[in-house]
Design a protein around this ligand. Sequence first.
Ligand SMILES: [Zn+2]
Ligand SMILES: [Zn+2]
Ligand SMILES: [Zn+2]
Length: 336
Amino acid sequence: MGRWVIISTDRAKRPTDFIRERVKLKGGFCPFCYGNESNTPSEILAFRRNPNGGPPRAKDAPGWTVRVVPNKFPALGIEGTLGRQAEGMFDKMNGIGAHEVIIETPDHNLSLGDMPEKQIEEVLWAFRDRVLDLRRDKRFKYILIFKNHGEAAGASLEHSHSQLIALPIVPIRVAEELQGAKQYYVYKERCVFCDIIRQELDAAVRVVSENEDFLTVAPYAPRFPFETWLLPKRHESAFENSSSQMFEGLARALKDLLVRAERVLDNPAYNLIIHSAPAQDAQLDHYHWHIEFMPKLTKTAGFEWGTGFYINPTPPEEAVRYLRAALDPVVNPIGG
Ligand SMILES: [Zn+2]
Ligand SMILES: [Zn+2]
Ligand SMILES: [Zn+2]
């Protein structure tokens, strides 16, 4: 969609060619662990189970399965590249915004990919609940949910968490994607993502896996090696409008992808983002929400920053062969 990517096949890289550190836990004091709830701002949302029908558990105390808190340092604490963009935005917009942290598990040692599907599903429900709540504030035009896993991907705390930022504007990358999708729709009268799903299922060379509700594919022109997208098979422009069955399917698809990536790339740092329609828009025919998964295997260099082109050393079809083989030994990666 209007973006330039150079796949440099003459330097095609295999998973083992990327020099980087696998994500390791260092330990130390952690404000996201059970018992340390008073070290975060007071919770906005928490899922708690009350065993044996006992009295409801206290707020900001242990017993939760997923917990959402405001980011302690909303402007300065934002992690990663997005953070630097968003910081400037917060300055200009007089601080209209929300920045929240979704603590995905009480278990310090579990990564999102290690969690049972049920737990991943709970995290997705927490995303949805927060978006539905925040979008009632008409000043919020866009709600971005993203995850940084590992220091190399910008995570400052190792305990598994995601972040949500509500913004008074639609960020540029999303605006460009919306614009591209709109142009396609005007020209072809079809959703470009629905077309991608049909074409990829037909061609079958960039499909990592699929279940009843979701398709996991490498995009035709990935910016980064092993970049992968998760697409709902049925057209829907907003993540938060998905049916409950979809969340179950998404939890399964997400776990499947993360396990594959962990095996092939040896627990890589990664970024996950949810691209959904702007918060105040009604159902859009031309836009289709999705998740983008980008393992952090290369460094963005001067050429990329200077031009907006991306150089990707791994063709998507090759990345897919590895990801498929990770859980399906019948498929032979790159002819042995
Ligand atoms: Zn912890
Ligand atoms: Zn669609
Ligand atoms: Zn996108």
